[in-house]
Design a protein around this ligand. Structure first.
Ligand code: NAD
Ligand code: UD1
Length: 358
């Protein structure tokens, strides 16, 4: 059985679905600070059954000990964390507490329970601003520009020391580039609770009429059209990368670092044009100065993951945008109505409070 911390969040939900579709048993631990219980209904709609769910905090050792006692967990995918860069500048202690403290407590509880297989949600933000693209896993790290990035790098370093000290650990540090898109069912996707900061969630809200225009932050970068370039990766490709990493860890000890990106860079204007083509909806733009902390370009060298895991992202930018748009439409429809589960029967969901019927 696999424990997914943060399994009710954007990436975690897609991982849960991918694991369940492969026949794996899954238990989710999430404190719902950036997700909603209604996500369970969405998972059931797609998977036809509910995963086990514990509402709890990854920083609470007692909750973790209880989980490892109660379920036959043999591996953990650690997605729980806070991810808003600007917020991390305003509230650094909260970010270190959750992203670093949560990882420390989780690793201690895992060792206590004799579980040594761990996949960690890291980020390309740990890399230094590289002049040379693409970024491979040997590129320099060490100067993330925000407490968020620092907390990810510090957590990585904790796990490196831990794996060096104890050969029983099998750890994967997966450095995500820019995950976007949604499950192809249109039932599951990113649900930003507050005003979105990232490009795609903002663009989707503009396209669906919730906001007047998309700000393009900087049009004077040294890039072909002057706007920032990123490596956007479909969240389901990302989920598949985790499954491959987990398979690799089950037969290889030590610590491994893999970039999860496509190896392709797209500018802000390319993303907007592709979205307009795919959706048929025009996106009004407002050109603004560069956003503080942004870099001109960033895309992955995904060759290590391809060689060592046999994994490659294969979904196109159009597919990412199409899936994200269908999800946005379905989410908006559901928000307008009452969210009704379409399955028959009343599966039982395990929660900290006991059993919940939906
Ligand atoms: P998300 O906010 O949608 O999901 C994170 C989940 O963790 C949420 O459901 C939240 O409620 C839960 N959580 C937060 N703190 C917790 C705690 N203390 N205990 C238990 N649960 C807690 O974010 P996401 O986009 O799914 O990101 C997942 C992970 O991937 C994060 O660690 C993030 O830093 C990392 N990451 C994300 C991106 C991205 O662009 N989405 C890029 C790089 C890395
Ligand atoms: C940001 C974070 C990164 C984090 C990632 C996922 C920063 C500096 N980096 O990455 O650490 O891992 O989110 O949470 O915040 N853009 C616009 N208009 C918008 C939003 C974005 O033009 O409204 C542009 C940006 O300037 C950038 C590109 O779109 O060129 C992508 O931005 P975004 O989606 O925020 O991701 P990153 O900045 O790459």
């Amino acid at each position: 059985m696999i424990l997914i911390t943060g399994g009710m969040g954007y990436i975690g939900t897609h991982l849960v679905l991918e694991l369940m579709s492969g026949g794996e048993d899954v238990v989710i631990l999430d404190n719902l600070c950036n997700s909603s219980r209604s996500t369970l209904q969405r998972i059931v709609r797609v998977a036809g059954k509910a995963p086990a769910f514990i509402e709890g905090d990854v920083r609470h050792r007692k909750t973790l000990d209880h989980l490892f006692k109660r379920y036959p967990i043999d591996a953990v995918i650690h997605c729980a964390g806070l991810k808003a860069v600007g917020e991390s500048v305003r509230e650094p202690l909260r970010y270190y507490d959750t992203n670093l403290g949560g990882t420390l407590t989780l690793c201690q509880a895992m060792a206590g329970a004799g579980v040594f297989t761990l996949v960690f949600s890291s980020s390309a933000t740990v890399y230094d601003d590289c002049a040379i693209m693409p970024i491979n896993e040997r590129c320099r790290t060490g100067h993330p520009s925000s407490p968020y990035g620092q907390s990810k790098l510090m957590a990585e370093n904790v796990m490196k020391s831990m794996a060096e000290a104890d050969p029983r650990w099998s750890v994967a540090l997966l450095r995500y580039f820019n995950p976007i898109g949604a499950h192809d069912s249109g039932q599951v996707g990113e649900m930003p609770a507050l005003m979105p900061n990232n490009l795609l969630p903002y663009l989707l809200q503009v396209a669906s009429g919730q906001r007047p225009s998309l700000s393009v932050f900087g049009s004077d970068y040294q890039t072909p059209d002057g706007t920032g370039i990123r490596d956007y990766i479909h969240v389901m490709d990302l989920a598949e990368g985790h499954i491959k990493a987990l398979q690799a860890l089950r037969c290889a000890q030590g610590l491994h670092i893999w970039n999860l990106g496509t190896g392709l860079g797209h500018s802000v204007l390319e993303v907007v044009k592709a979205f307009e083509r795919v959706s048929g909806v025009a996106v009004p733009l407002a050109f603004k100065p560069r956003r503080a902390g942004d870099i001109a370009q960033c895309w992955a060298d995904p060759v290590k993951a391809s060689k060592e895991l046999g994994w490659r992202a294969h979904r196109s930018l159009d597919c990412m945008l199409d899936d994200a748009w269908r999800w946005q439409m379905s989410y908006r429809r559901d928000a307008a109505e009452v969210l009704l589960p379409v399955i028959t029967g009343t599966p039982s969901l395990t929660t900290s409070a006991g059993s919940l019927s939906i």
